[in-house]
Write a protein that binds this ligand. Structure first.
Ligand SMILES: *[C@@H]1O[C@H](CO)[C@@H](O)[C@H](O)[C@H]1NC(C)=O
Ligand SMILES: *[C@@H]1O[C@H](CO)[C@@H](O)[C@H](O)[C@H]1NC(C)=O
Ligand SMILES: *[C@@H]1O[C@H](CO)[C@@H](O)[C@H](O)[C@H]1NC(C)=O
Ligand SMILES: *[C@@H]1O[C@H](CO)[C@@H](O)[C@H](O)[C@H]1NC(C)=O
Ligand SMILES: *[C@@H]1O[C@H](CO)[C@@H](O)[C@H](O)[C@H]1NC(C)=O
Ligand SMILES: CC(=O)N[C@H]1CO[C@H](CO)[C@@H](O)[C@@H]1O
Length: 609
């Protein structure tokens, strides 16, 4: 109260002093900004910023003093006002603004000084222009405001001795992007008409108007493909923008950065690629697996994460076993050594016990080693007498039966499992020990350059953003090239869905980092809050994951072991056994011919003798 009385006195004394050289407006023509502020600027946790600009002076004129005085006096019970920009360090840009300016040029000067650090461009603006001789200038003024994306605005001008408030709506039905002032209300009998509708929610329904949406081709977040001569778009983030467009009733005008750069690098100036287009305000919104990072947040506005994800390391499968190797898989090396040594030992024992005593030769054990081999393989045993020999043989057969049964049991698992195994490259240490490089996009190097276990020396950059990373994964799955591939998890699951049958890759288990992607907007965007609020409702309804399921497939990893359906054995599972059998038969035939030749040679030599 004290302040406003003081201000009133100041105004009065100034008024007296300057009356001489300024033409005073008629006293009866006064309008009140305080009622506008009282009606609309009511979210109490922020402040109202007021600016005065007359040419290059910021001293208030008489009319402006009256307005200011009225504003302060009527709202001093609740309003916090700032007359200067707050220090940017405080991160408290103004949301509510009142600008009092002399003319069009003064306003432009004021608008040009605004930055995203001092003002929320999507906030509410009330502009009072003292002199606007030409009504055409009003259209220019609205276009100027639209060019810097100030949308929630009323401009009060003096028209034919009456104060009229104008506004504009760039998203009217059938008049998209056409910026024309319309009358929001006028000052009559001490009040504003139609005051409640001055700041309508212009983004709730965009009336089918187009928004400029930028994206890049990065499967599966946004997939650009051709169908019936038309470029089409689908993907995890595309489903989100499509659903946003249904909710907010806008149409999507896609554009893609030109050249071979996709995401590009963001800097204060001369940024490249998609992020550069957003920074230069060529787009309203951009997306396409853009992770949230320091530089991007500094120069662009980011929305709430559109996808909570991870960056994972795709590793090649273990080299598949040959069909011959599979035969040895059921037992480990030590077991094999044990079996062989035991068999040799028993054979020698048998030879010592039964083979050497010519007088008591057992029919079945004349050729001890051979007989033991036959018994080991499950062959028949000759006639046996009921004595120690029998006990020896029976216990041997029992032992071999157990060994063979174990082998068969283990064999069944091994034959099938061999194709669903990841290589042992689960940690950075293991990958480094294997001497593999990390293959990744240039934008992902940001997350690894400072990692002491990776570092720039071990990174292999995908030089050309347009290079097909699916082919890179495929050649890794075929063991071509000594590298692992670092990609967002969504990309890897998409690869597995599309190419899992052809060349499966696996996920490194203990090397992962959080990678959330978001939609990005120019710093002064009005859209971010609406989009983010809707995306959050998508998340909480579980829709984002639901839409993503179409593009992923982790069957190959999740049920490799627990598949309840026993699968039939394939040829490549069993071919080893047949090859072995064939090789043995060949050997037998060769031996047969050798025997034949030997006996004929023997007979001939006997005849000669
Ligand atoms: C004030 O603005 C006028 C033009 O509007 C310009 O000629 C003049 O130099 C300015 N003065 C200052 C001190 O900036
Ligand atoms: C979307 O905008 C169009 C064009 O103005 C309009 O015809 C349609 O009814 C709107 N749809 C919704 C759901 O509001
Ligand atoms: C569309 O594709 C057909 C062949 O599939 C071709 O004959 C036609 O010229 C194409 N139309 C346009 C507009 O490119
Ligand atoms: C930006 O590009 C312009 C012209 O291409 C060049 O003169 C300027 O040095 C560049 N600025 C930076 C920071 O690279
Ligand atoms: C990048 O790849 C595209 C297509 O794969 C090719 O046309 C282009 O020449 C490549 N650019 C460079 C710099 O290698
Ligand atoms: C509610 C809604 O519009 N859902 C749609 C979101 O987008 C997906 C894919 O584009 C559609 O299948 C849904 O019907």
């Amino acid at each position: 109260m004290k302040i406003s009385i003081g201000l009133l006195l100041l105004v009065l004394s100034l008024q007296r002093r300057v009356t001489g050289d300024i033409i005073l407006p008629e006293v009866s023509r006064f309008c009140s900004i305080s009622t506008i502020v009282r009606a609309h600027y009511r979210y109490l946790e922020t402040y109202v910023t007021t600016r005065v600009r007359n040419g290059n002076s910021s001293t208030a004129s008489l009319v402006q003093r009256d307005l200011l005085d009225d504003l302060l006096r009527s709202n001093n019970d609740w309003m916090i006002v700032s007359f200067e920009d707050l220090p940017t360090l405080e991160w408290r840009p103004a949301y509510y603004s009142v600008f009092l300016v002399l003319d069009y040029d003064s306003l432009c000067a004021l608008l040009d000084e605004m930055t995203h650090e001092t003002h929320h461009f999507h906030g509410l603006y009330t502009i009072f222009i003292e002199r606007l001789p030409n009504q055409k200038l009003l259209g220019d003024l609205m276009r100027k405001l639209w060019s810097i994306l100030i949308m929630n605005v009323v401009v009060i001008v003096d028209k034919d001795f009456e104060y009229v408030a104008y506004s504009y709506h760039p998203y009217r039905a059938n008049q998209c992007g056409i910026v024309e002032p319309y009358e929001a209300g006028r000052y009559e009998y001490g009040t504003w008409t139609n005051l409640d509708d001055w700041f309508p929610n212009r983004l709730g329904n965009l009336n089918g108007c187009p928004l400029r949406v930028g994206t890049v081709n990065i499967k599966p977040c946004s997939i650009i493909y051709n169908e019936a001569n038309r470029t089409r778009y689908k993907g995890i983030e595309v489903s989100q923008i499509v659903n946003l467009s249904k909710k907010m009733n806008f149409s999507i005008d896609y554009s893609v950065p030109e050249g071979n750069v996709k995401w590009g690098m963001i800097r204060a100036t001369n940024s490249t690629g998609l992020v550069g287009m957003i920074q230069r305000k060529e787009l309203d919104v951009g997306f396409g697996s853009i992770g949230i990072g320091a530089a991007r947040v500094q120069y662009l506005r980011h929305g709430t994460p559109s996808r909570y994800g991870q960056v994972r390391i795709a590793i090649p499968p273990r080299r598949p076993y040959t069909s011959f190797e599979k035969l040895f898989q059921p037992f480990c090396l030590r077991t094999w050594v044990c079996v062989v040594l035991c068999h040799v030992f028993i054979s020698f024992l048998a030879r010592a016990l039964f083979g050497l005593r010519k007088d008591r030769t057992e029919a079945g054990l004349t050729h001890t080693f051979y007989s033991m081999w036959v018994l080991l393989m499950g062959g028949p045993c000759g006639r046996l007498r009921m004595d120690s020999t029998r006990i020896f043989i029976v216990s041997f057969i029992l032992n071999m039966l157990v060994v063979r049964t174990l082998y068969h049991a283990a064999m069944f698992d091994k034959l099938q499992a061999s194709e669903s195994l990841a290589s042992e490259l689960n940690t950075y240490e293991e990958i480094n020990k294997a001497g593999k490089m990390y293959y990744m996009h240039r934008t992902i190097t940001l997350y690894f350059n400072d990692n002491p276990l990776v570092g720039p020396r071990r990174i292999l950059i995908i030089q050309n953003d347009t290079m097909d990373w699916e082919e890179i994964l495929y050649s890794m799955s075929q063991h071509k090239g000594n590298y692992v591939v670092v990609l967002p998890l969504d990309c890897i699951t998409y690869y597995v869905k599309m190419n899992g049958k052809r060349g499966l890759v696996y996920l490194g288990k203990h090397a992962e980092l959080t990678y959330n992607t978001a939609f990005y907007y120019p710093k002064t965007t009005p859209l971010q809050e609406y989009f983010s609020a809707l995306i959050l409702t998508f998340h909480s309804a579980g829709l984002v994951d639901h839409w993503a399921q179409e593009f992923e497939d982790n069957r190959f990893w999740s049920n490799a072991k627990t598949d309840p359906e026993p699968a039939s054995l394939q040829w490549n599972h069993m071919s080893g056994a047949f090859y072995l059998c064939g090789a043995m038969h060949l050997l037998a035939i060769v031996v047969f011919f050798v025997e034949l030749a030997y006996s004929r040679f023997n007979r001939k030599s006997q005849q000669i003798v």
